[in-house]
Design a protein around this ligand. Sequence first.
Ligand code: SAM
Length: 248
Amino acid sequence: MKENENIIYGRNPVLEAINSGREIEKIYVSKSAKGNISKIIKSARDKNIIVSTADNVTLDKMSGNGNHQGVVALCSLYKYCDVEDILEYANEKGEKPFILLLDGITDTHNFGAIIRTAEAFSAHGIVIPKRRSAVVNSTVVKTSAGATEYMKIAKVSNINNAINNLKKQGVWIVGSSVDAKEDFSNVDYDQPIAIVIGSEGEGISELVKKNCDYLVKIPMMGNMNSLNASVAASIFMYEVVRQRIGKA
Ligand SMILES: C[S@@+](CC[C@H](N)C(=O)[O-])C[C@H]1O[C@@H](n2cnc3c(N)ncnc32)[C@H](O)[C@@H]1O
C-alpha cells in the first residue's frame, strides 16, 4: 500500500480536512461518485479549492488502494506540534493535561484508531518518537476518519526526555503493561496525566517503564495475553473521561 503524507482520501477525512482549514491544492472526485460527494464539492468550492474529476483507476493509484470512496485530496503535509503546544492547549482550555505517549506504535491502523478515540475523548495531544513510529500518512488519516485534523501530535527525538520534561511540569506518567500488578482503574486520572502505550511487538521499553510513575494493567480473563494497542488505549482514555466527568 502506498503511504503518502500529502494525500488524503475518503469522504470523512477529506471533508474534515476542508472544514479544519488544511491547505488543499486540489480535490479529485470520481466521475461515478454519488451520495454526499456533493457536500464535499460544495465545501471545497466555498473555500476556493480546485475540484477536478478523475476516473477510479487514477484515484486508486493516487490513494494507493481502492478505499478512497470516490475522493482524493492533494494537500499540505500534516503539521506536527511541540509537547509545549499540547500543554499550552490544555492550559487554555482550563483543563488538566490529558496526553498519550505512544512508545513505538508502528501499525498505521492502530495509530489512526488511537487518534480517532483520542479526539472523541478530548485528549489534548499525542506524543510519538521520531524514529520507529507510524507517522501521519494517508492511511492514518483515513483510519482516524479525519480526526488527525483536530488532534495535536508532537514528534520527539527521545521519548524519555519528553517524559522527564512532562514530569517537571507536574504531569504524572502512567505506563500500561500486561506485566504490571496494579489495576489501571486504581489510578486517579483527575490530575495532569500522560498514558504510555507500548509497541505492538515489544510493549513499553524497559527504560520508559522505569521512568513511569505508575505501571498498571487492564485485567484480562481469557486466553490472550494482551489487548490490541489501540483497544488498550481506548479503555484507558474512557477511564480518564469517566473519572473526570464523575468529579466535575
Ligand atoms: C499488543 S500489546 C504489546 C504486547 C507485548 N508483547 C507486551 O508484552 O507488552 C501493545 C500495548 O498495548 C497495551 N496493552 C495491551 N494489553 C494491555 C493490558 N491488558 N493492560 C495494559 N496495557 C495493555 C500496552 O501498552 C502494550 O504495550
